[in-house]
Structures are given as C-alpha cells and as structure tokens.
Unconditional design. Structure first.
Ligand code: ZN
Length: 362
C-alpha cells in the first residue's frame, strides 16, 4: 500500500498505491470539494502534473447525493482516472454549518431538512462515492479551546475512529485516521496511541491551520509526526503555502492538500519563485513578460502579465483559470523538485535555496 523509497533525515519520498495508480510522495492534492478543482478541467489537472485530488464526502453526500454517485462513481463523474481522496466533512460541518454535536453524530439543518451525519453514514457515503482513500469522521475543536474541551472532544474523535473502521467494508478503499488533540502534546500522543490500536492505512494530522500561530503549528507537528509509524503515509491536512509545505516535508509529512494555490489565483495572487504578487497592480499593465519566467506551465509559456492583468481588471473568468493553472503547476513542480532533492540527498539545500529566492519578493 505504501513504501518509503528514499530518506534524508526525517524527509522521505515514497509511493502510495491506490486502486487508481501510484501517488509519488511527498505529494500535493488540489482541493475539489464539490467534485471540481474550481475553474479547471480534469485534462488541465492532468497536464500540470496532478497525481490526486481531494473531494469532500459531506458536500457530495448533500449534492448531488450518493444515489447519483453510487451509479457512476466519483472518477467517471468528474472524468478523473487518478487517485481521489474524500475528506469526511467533519471540519466543514463545524465551520460552514450550524450544527449540534453529540456522541452519536452530527446534527444539522439544511434547506429545511434535518440531517444526522454519523461516523457509519460518513464511511458508507465515502464507499458509495467510490474514492480511493476515505477519511474518518473526527471532531475538530476550535483553536483556543481549553484543555478540558479538547480532551472531551478527543474521546469522541477516538470513539468515532473505531466506529468508522468497523463500518468500513470496502477492502480496495484505503482508510486514514485523523490525529486530533489541539495544541496539547499529551492529547496528541494519546490520540496516536488509540488510532494505532484501531489500525489505519495512513495517519493524518488534523485540527491545525485553524488560526493558530505558525510556531504553534510547527511545535505540534514536531511532537506528533514522529509518533506515527514510519511505514505508513503521513498526511498534513489543509496546509498549502510553499514555506509551510517545505518545512513539513522536512518533518516527515508525505501528503498535503489545500485550496491555497487556487483560492489565491481566484483572488488575483500569483505564487512565484520570487514570492507572491497581485497581478492587478498597476505596474503590470504594460508588462509583457510571463508571470514567472522560469515556470514551464501553459499560462507562462503563452500569456503575459499584461494580458492576465487585463482579464482580471475586466472580470473575465479566463484570468482566474490562467492563474489557477500557474499557481497549481508552481506548487506541483515544487513537490516534484522536493522529491528529486530528497532522492539526491539534497533536500535541505533545496529548501534553503527555494526560501531565499521566495522571500526575496520584489
Ligand atoms: Zn506558470
């Protein structure tokens, strides 16, 4: 299922085998919450080097519904024949919906209908959606919650993880556990121990990137990641900026997902090797150079900053598309270079060199 192929200190490359092929790690997954990476087609995702996408079980369960998806499966539905992860949706529920959490599950109201989303239902939905990797349903307390609140929530997360594993009947679909425990190392440790007793195909770190300072995030990653088994994939959920990804790779993380590159693109920000910039700035009106001269993406090969600046000024959708292609390509290419660097035992140097250029923003 997963093999480590090269190591440099804690950083590693590996291969995650799913029923839709091999994902080379460290890898970055574009976010396709509702079955689409916003503005891009599957062919475009493929062309820029995407290996896997992550959709959201809860969103798909609500619309178009598992009745639709169980007939055709998510791969054919969105014309994507590579790996698909499904996030369980717990995180989105807590943030996007007005809900009530009980030990049995999550209750919320939508379009005048009451929903009761249990760990069992969450796994059943992911089975029917037909993703390659399912995530357990977890309870993610807000940043700043007290020790007692996080400890109580953790009991539920652990119980739900066991219920998810029991409900998971599809042997060809992998299932990952999610480590919660807020910013408290002892709770993180307890969570890992309990998840290991249940046994999963991979271990994700959840409950971070929810407003905590960066030092806090790194502190928790540093004490959590080494506790998870070396021979299993380690997934950091929701982390997407180049500096955070590279830092986490050096801590041993294999898999990432984030809306960072695509959301930034839709909000006019280009991610480049010399840092990020807003394409709508006045100085780009006459700039006929590409977004990033060293970039090999279709956008940079064919279009200028001036053109994309114009598209954004005119609110033309093509601007968002072109910048999404570039930003995603940039991150995916960075991952490719990181894998190569680890294989050549040069990741530390690669990271240092990347960060020096990236921080040298115009
Ligand atoms: Zn580009």
């Amino acid at each position: 299922m997963f093999e480590v192929t090269a190591e440099e200190k804690d950083a590693r490359t590996g291969k995650l085998h799913t029923q839709h092929g091999v994902v080379e790690t460290p890898c970055f997954m574009p976010v396709a919450t509702k079955g689409t990476v916003k503005t891009l087609t599957s062919d475009e995702l493929d062309e820029i080097g995407t290996q896997a996408v992550i959709t959201n079980a809860l969103h798909l369960y609500l619309n178009p519904g598992v009745d639709v998806l169980s007939h055709i499966g998510i791969h054919r539905f969105m014309d994507w024949d590579k790996t698909v992860f499904t996030d369980s949706g717990g995180f989105q529920l807590i943030r996007d919906f007005n809900l009530k959490i009980t030990n049995k599950g999550l209750m919320f109201k939508m379009d005048k209908t009451n929903h009761f989303f249990t760990p069992e239902l969450c796994i059943e939905a992911q089975n029917q959606i037909g993703s390659d990797v399912a995530m357990v349903l977890d309870d993610c307390p807000n940043y700043g919650s007290s020790y007692e609140t996080v400890a109580n929530s953790l009991k539920r997360t652990i119980e739900w993880a066991g219920r998810c594993k029991n409900a998971h009947k599809k042997s060809e679909q992998l299932i990952f556990g999610i480590v919660q425990g807020g910013v408290f190392p002892d709770l993180r440790k307890t969570c890992v121990e309990k998840l290991l007793e249940i046994g999963f195909d991979g271990y994700a770190v959840g409950g971070l990137t929810i407003g905590e300072p960066k030092e806090e995030l790194l502190r928790i990653l540093k004490c959590t990641v080494p506790l998870t088994p070396k021979n299993k994939p380690k997934y950091m959920m929701g982390l997407g900026s180049p500096e955070d990804i590279l830092e986490s790779i050096s801590l041993g993380i294999d898999i990432f997902d984030s809306a960072f590159p695509t959301r930034n693109a839709r909000h006019r920000t280009a991610i480049t090797r010399h840092g990020n910039f807003e394409i709508t700035k006045k100085k780009y009106i006459n700039d006929f150079s590409p977004v990033d001269e060293s970039c090999g993406c279709r956008t940079c090969k064919k279009y200028s900053k001036a053109y994309i600046h114009h598209l954004f000024k005119e609110k033309e959708l093509l601007g968002m598309r072109l910048l999404s292609i570039h930003n995603l390509y940039f991150i995916l290419n960075m991952m490719k270079n990181a894998r190569k660097a680890i294989r050549n035992n040069g990741f530390d140097e690669y990271k240092k060199d990347f960060m020096e250029k990236y921080n040298r923003h115009e």
